[in-house]
Design a protein around this ligand. Structure first.
Ligand SMILES: Nc1ncnc2c1ncn2[C@@H]1O[C@H](COP(=O)(O)OP(=O)(O)OP(=O)(O)O)[C@@H](O)[C@H]1O
Ligand SMILES: [Mg+2]
Length: 397
């Protein structure tokens, strides 16, 4: 299935980056890892788990990792549920974790599953932030060398009950040094930065910040070639190259498009570039898996002026226009190029676009291609506009 993390053993290795992140965690430094949606953060946690399990000698024995999926952690009760799920699904620590939790339930006289469900236990008031604290403290005892990975950490920004203070007091005290480190992943750069590097926040300047590097295009190409060949539908070198141009090597979309190409051809066929293009066009036209694109634009266009400008800036970027150009801004209905930049910055905070050096890019290549099919200017685009890849890479002069 292309929609979630994959078995780390099946994934393209991030090589040295994985080894160095593991060494940093084993040295006792907390890590914050930023990567936009679908770039492979969760898969990377799996790769890191395998790396951390290696014995690196005397001062770097094997470490365990427990990954807590915070995507739904909008309340302390939901956070407690996420920790319960992480414990239940853990390969080697599940039994110990559940027995620790049972001990805790007896001690504090509440059932964690009931707290998660938000139900009131007969006649008693449950303080769910206290329960969360005790639960995290119990988690810390599961292994003498433990990385607690909070996946999509920025979600806690919307969770009441001071969850960051609870994490700090339950998991980051002096007694934990050398035994427990945190890995915090996030897909919204600005939110993560505010949560981790604002002096009034409980976890202030405690993390070393990393950005998940892109997959190596040559390795991703080899990986795809092997996968197509292994399933009886080999793909030519050109076909793979074309696929990666369309998806800009975005991990999730590459897998997604590859699956659609694979589905589109009968067994025994060699996949060529036109087959890739046809499958990609069909995927876009079908509206399958991208119904939310229209909704993103409709929501922006039906809100206030700043949101409307955001929608216009997305069209401008996808259309290959230049964010720095006054003329291009006006073509897309923006007052000037400063408004374009402000809109792109807002879109970056919301995870839709990224900027590398002077180049702005729409994160999801399928969204970029869909926006191109909806380009309000269509064939009327200003002639000076630069050519773009499907992913809408545009240089801001
Ligand atoms: N190292 C990799 N090698 C090959 N494919 C990968 C790799 N990492 C991720 N992918 C592909 O990208 C998809 C999404 O990966 P993953 O769920 O790890 O990303 P994510 O950044 O956690 O996404 P989200 O923001 O949706 O949580 C996977 O299903 C897989 O198809
Ligand atoms: Mg993820």
């Amino acid at each position: 299935m292309w929609s979630d993390a994959i078995d780390p053993a099946d994934a393209v290795s991030r090589g040295e980056f994985t080894a160095s992140a593991a060494a940093t965690l084993k040295s006792g430094t907390h890590l914050a890892l930023f990567g936009p949606r679908g770039t492979g953060k969760t898969t990377f946690i799996g790769q890191l788990t395998a790396e951390l399990a290696l014995d690196h000698g005397g001062d770097a024995p094997p470490w365990e990792v427990i990954r807590i999926d915070l995507r739904r952690a909008i309340s302390p009760a939901a956070f407690i549920g996420a920790v319960l799920d992480a414990a239940r699904n853990h390969q080697s620590l599940a039994r110990r974790a559940l027995s620790e939790f049972r001990r805790l339930e007896k001690e504090i006289g509440v059932n964690l599953g009931v707290v998660r469900a938000g139900a009131r236990q007969r006649g008693m008031h449950i303080n769910d932030t206290e329960v969360l604290h005790s639960q995290l403290a119990a988690l810390a005892t599961l292994s003498p060398h433990l990385v607690v990975a909070f996946d999509e950490f920025q979600r806690l920004a919307h969770c009441p009950g001071e969850p960051l203070s609870i994490i700090r007091s339950a998991l980051m005290g002096p007694g934990r040094a050398g035994h427990l480190t945190l890995l915090l992943t996030g897909s919204l750069r600005d939110k993560l930065r505010l949560m981790l590097h604002t002096s009034t926040e409980p976890i202030w300047d405690q993390t070393h910040d990393l950005e998940l590097p892109d997959l190596d295009p040559a390795e991703l190409a080899d990986y795809l070639e092997l996968r197509f060949a292994a399933t009886g539908k080999p793909a030519s070198h050109g076909a793979i190259e074309h696929l990666l141009t369309l998806t800009d090597c975005h991990p999730k979309r590459t897998q997604h498009v590859a699956f659609h190409v694979w589905q589109a051809v009968p067994e025994g066929t060699t996949i060529d570039p036109p087959t890739v293009q046809d499958a990609f066009d069909a995927l876009l036209a079908s509206g399958r898996d991208n119904t939310d694109f229209a909704q993103i634009i409709d929501t922006l266009l039906s809100s206030d002026d700043t949101d409307v400008n955001d929608a216009k800036a997305l069209f401008l970027l996808a259309g290959g226009a230049s964010p720095g150009s006054e003329k291009d801004a006006r073509c897309y209905g923006l007052p000037d190029n400063r408004a374009t930049t402000r809109a792109l910055e807002r879109l970056r905070d919301r995870g839709y676009v990224t900027r590398t050096g002077r180049a702005w890019r729409i994160v999801d290549p399928l969204l970029a291609a869909w926006l191109q099919t909806q380009d309000p200017l269509g064939s009327e685009r200003p002639s000076a506009m630069k050519s773009t890849t499907h992913a809408g890479n545009v240089i801001d002069p």
